[in-house]
Design a protein around this ligand. Structure first.
Ligand SMILES: *[C@@H]1O[C@H](CO)[C@@H](O)[C@H](O)[C@H]1NC(C)=O
Ligand SMILES: *[C@@H]1O[C@H](CO)[C@@H](O)[C@H](O)[C@H]1NC(C)=O
Length: 365
């Protein structure tokens, strides 16, 4: 096990070093955009008005934006431990069928797997197995894994971006008791980035992050129309390091997320709207830093077990009901691990509504 993992770690480190200047350039662009990490989106207005730009220049610009964006690397805790670059630098393939998606997702080596259009999964509920060193990314805004999901078991360095996934819901089984169909399931995985996805109506969880899955970042993702949105835990160990930012929890019931026994949980700039059971939950021995989260019509917006540590600041509670847990204990400082920029809380609903979920600019072709 160890001897097989070492070369992967070494390759990941090399990839991280190569991609470091790219990540820095993106961080700079992000700051310019006031929380918009997609530099191309910031340029849309000026690009459309600059009609005198020569053809050569605009072609070069659009090609480099495309390449950089389809191959972007993770931020947050997923940027540590060698970084999360997925299949960047490997073979690029475009898939339109379940057979090809499953084949390349399970292959060994680095692959950037571009999903073109909607792939209907059969039988309904099947979770496609994803091996290490993969990027699975939707082209434009129509990449979709319909009536199925993805499962990451014991793998490292996976990116899932710009995809719609779900619709495995069984109307007679709201609780997910008769099947375990998740949109994304992760058991003992590490270095995973889920970004700009739209996850809805799964049979069980939209995201189940279990059994010490770590160095995970979930960003700009919509989790909607669902019972058990995002569960983290299923472990007695307190080792996982997780960043959850700029996500949109809409019309959900429980686990938004429920974060059990997390060593470091950093949640910021999420937008929760119409949540019926509870919002952000520091469960078990979790140590949670929560910043500038916007809760709107959320029942029990912040929940904490007596054994958990919590430092919440800058949140807005609009038309919320139930209880909001108090801070307690000494909590880690995320900026000692990685850099990030906070969106002002008042802007969180508009920024997250506009930018979460698949975006045309992320991987245009
Ligand atoms: C907890 O950590 C131990 C030691 O690494 C490991 O054997 C065990 O599988 C972990 N438990 C879970 C639930 O992941
Ligand atoms: C709120 O969410 C529930 C599902 O949890 C849904 O049935 C209801 O229609 C939503 N309300 C609004 C106003 O969208």
């Amino acid at each position: 096990m160890l001897s097989r993992r070492l070369p992967v770690a070494a390759l990941t480190l090399v990839a991280a070093l190569i991609l470091a200047p790219l990540a820095q350039a993106q961080a700079g662009a992000w700051e310019q955009c006031g929380g918009n990490e997609w530099y191309s989106q910031c340029l849309v207005a000026s690009a459309t008005t600059t009609t005198t730009t020569t053809k050569t220049t605009s072609t070069t610009a659009s090609t480099s934006t495309n390449t950089a964006s389809c191959n972007a690397a993770a931020d947050g805790f997923a940027s540590l431990n060698g970084g999360t670059t997925g299949g960047a630098g490997g073979t690029v393939v475009t898939v339109t069928t379940q057979t090809d998606l499953a084949k390349y997702a399970a292959a060994s080596g680095k692959y950037v797997i571009k999903v073109s259009g909607k792939i209907t999964i059969s039988p309904k509920g099947t979770e496609i197995s994803v091996a290490s060193d993969k990027t699975i990314i939707g082209i434009g805004t129509t990449g979709e894994i319909y009536e199925g999901g993805l499962r990451l078991i014991g793998v490292k360095n996976v990116i899932i971006r710009n995809l719609k996934i779900g619709n495995t819901y069984v109307p007679t089984d709201y609780e997910g008791k008769t099947q375990d169909w998740d949109a994304i399931q992760m058991d003992t995985a590490s270095n995973v980035w889920i970004d700009h996805c739209l996850l809805e109506k799964a049979g069980d969880g939209l995201i189940d992050s279990r059994l010490d899955t770590t160095f995970l970042t979930v960003s700009y993702t919509i989790l909607r129309d669902h019972n058990k949105a995002f569960g983290i835990g299923w472990t007695e160990n307190v080792t996982s390091q997780i960043t959850i930012h700029h996500n949109y929890f809409l019309n959900t019931n429980q686990r938004n997320p429920s974060a059990d026994n997390i060593r470091y949980a950093h949640l910021y700039n999420n937008y929760l709207s119409n949540v019926t059971s509870y919002g952000h939950y520091a469960r078990g021995s979790t140590e949670m830093r929560m910043e500038n989260v916007y809760f709107e019509k959320v029942n029990n917006p912040v929940t904490k077990d007596s054994t958990a540590k919590l430092a919440a600041s800058g949140n807005t509670y609009s038309s919320c009901t139930g209880t909001t847990a108090s801070n307690s204990g000494t909590v880690f400082t995320p900026s000692t691990f990685y850099s990030y920029s906070l969106t002002a809380t008042a802007q969180v609903p508009s920024v997250v509504k506009a930018q979460a979920g698949p975006q045309a600019s992320i991987c245009p072709s």
